[in-house]
Design a protein around this ligand. Structure first.
Ligand code: NAD
Ligand code: IPM
Ligand code: MN
Length: 335
């Protein structure tokens, strides 16, 4: 496997090395291709990502990505959005489930749902005009874009409880009527049970009764917001992994950003990055390795090893060490 490794900025430089240590402990045959991208590179060279970088990314089987800082500078185009668009990674998959011994908000632990976020259009079209008195951003919803994300969500739902919720705001934005109609058509044709919710009410219901949900399909910005909100249900943004899937490429990254407030302190939670690696292994068909990573994370958490975001006192390195040691012990035991 040729794997592009992008640390990026801020805590990306701390959590990706942690995930790579875990990958190394698994002893798989992986060619690692480091790629420097992001705000730091932009400050240094004037370019956050180059055409050559994109070629390297496209030449790899998949990408493990940390986080990138996006300054509010109109001349700086988000690297992450560039990659998602250029590699046409249309499905952003964000599983939301509790982890052992971790207390989320309201102490809930009986939920397990997945946010399937359309990843290439909606309000992330990049078509906008910024003026002194009026600024606007075009929101694009297409039949093709809605169809393919609905198909992805239905396939996933069929491998789970087959319950789909289509999340939209078609009462205000008529563009969402197309999204809703197409998702309904696809779910109907695939035999997947579905309901729909307005996004504001969905936010309320997800906090109030998360156990009711299985697969949520939604447009780009709503999926972004609902996933960070759901991180509070689990206990920390530092725990949520994600996969960006396209027809030819796949890209795995924590849901969180570069966290400038804690960057450089050595206390970032590496679990979101490590579980993103786990999603990558699963995508690559390395099921025993994926299961071992999950087991190792669960074991460390159950032992009470946690970083400050979860109320613990362990550092990124100590947390990573606990996971890596477990994997090494298990491998020695079974070899
Ligand atoms: P953020 O996700 O970086 O941080 C939000 C809060 O969560 C902060 O308090 C942070 O300390 C905490 N947090 C996040 N990850 C954590 C971890 N692993 N361990 C412990 N605590 C963690 O969001 P933000 O502060 O709004 O954004 C910072 C920068 O990151 C912005 O420039 C934004 O554009 C960018 N961003 C990038 C990505 C990405 O590259 N995938 C995702 C989101 C935000
Ligand atoms: C995410 C991030 C990105 C998004 C930003 C950094 C462009 O918040 O992956 O959730 O909005 O998609
Ligand atoms: Mn986000």
């Amino acid at each position: 496997m040729r794997l592009a490794i992008v640390e990026g900025d801020g805590i990306g430089k701390e959590v990706i090395p942690a995930a790579v240590e875990v990958l190394d402990a698994l002893g798989l045959d992986v060619e690692k291709v480091p790629v420097e991208l992001g705000y730091g590179k932009w400050e240094r060279t004037g370019q956050a990502i180059t055409e050559d970088d994109l070629k390297v990314l496209k030449g790899c089987d998949c990408i493990l990505f940390g986080a990138i800082t996006t300054p509010p500078d109109p001349n700086y185009k988000s690297v992450l959005l560039t990659i998602r668009k250029e590699l046409d990674m249309y499905a952003n998959i964000r599983p939301i489930r509790p982890l052992p011994s971790v207390k989320g908000i309201l102490g809930r632990s009986n939920f397990n749902f997945v946010i399937v976020r359309e990843n290439t259009e909606g309000l992330y079209s990049g078509i906008e005009e910024i003026g002194q008195d009026i600024s606007w951003t075009k929101r694009i919803i297409t039949r093709k874009g809605s169809e393919r994300i609905a198909e992805y969500a239905c396939k996933l739902a069929k491998s789970r409880k087959s319950q789909l919720v289509i999340v939209h705001k078609s009462n205000v934005m008529k563009s969402d009527k197309l999204f809703l109609d197409v998702c309904r058509e696809v779910a109907g044709s695939k035999g997947v049970e579905y309901t729909d919710e307005l996004v504001d009410s969905m936010a309320y219901k997800l906090i109030r009764s998360p156990e009711r949900y299985d697969v949520i399909v939604t447009t780009n910005l709503f999926g972004d917001i609902l996933s960070d909100m759901s991180a509070a249900l689990v206990g920390s943004l530092g725990l949520l992994p994600s996969a960006n899937i396209g027809s030819r490429h796949a890209f795995f990254e924590p849901v969180h950003g570069s966290a400038p407030d804690i960057a450089g302190k050595g206390i970032a939670n590496p679990i979101a990055a490590i579980l993103s690696l786990r999603m990558m292994l699963e995508w690559y068909g390395k099921m025993p390795e994926a299961a071992l990573v999950e087991e190792a994370v669960d074991a460390a958490l159950t032992e009470g090893i946690t970083t400050p975001d979860l109320g613990g006192t362990y550092t990124t390195k100590e947390m990573t060490c606990a996971v890596v040691d477990y994997i090494r012990r298990e491998k020695e035991r079974t070899e």
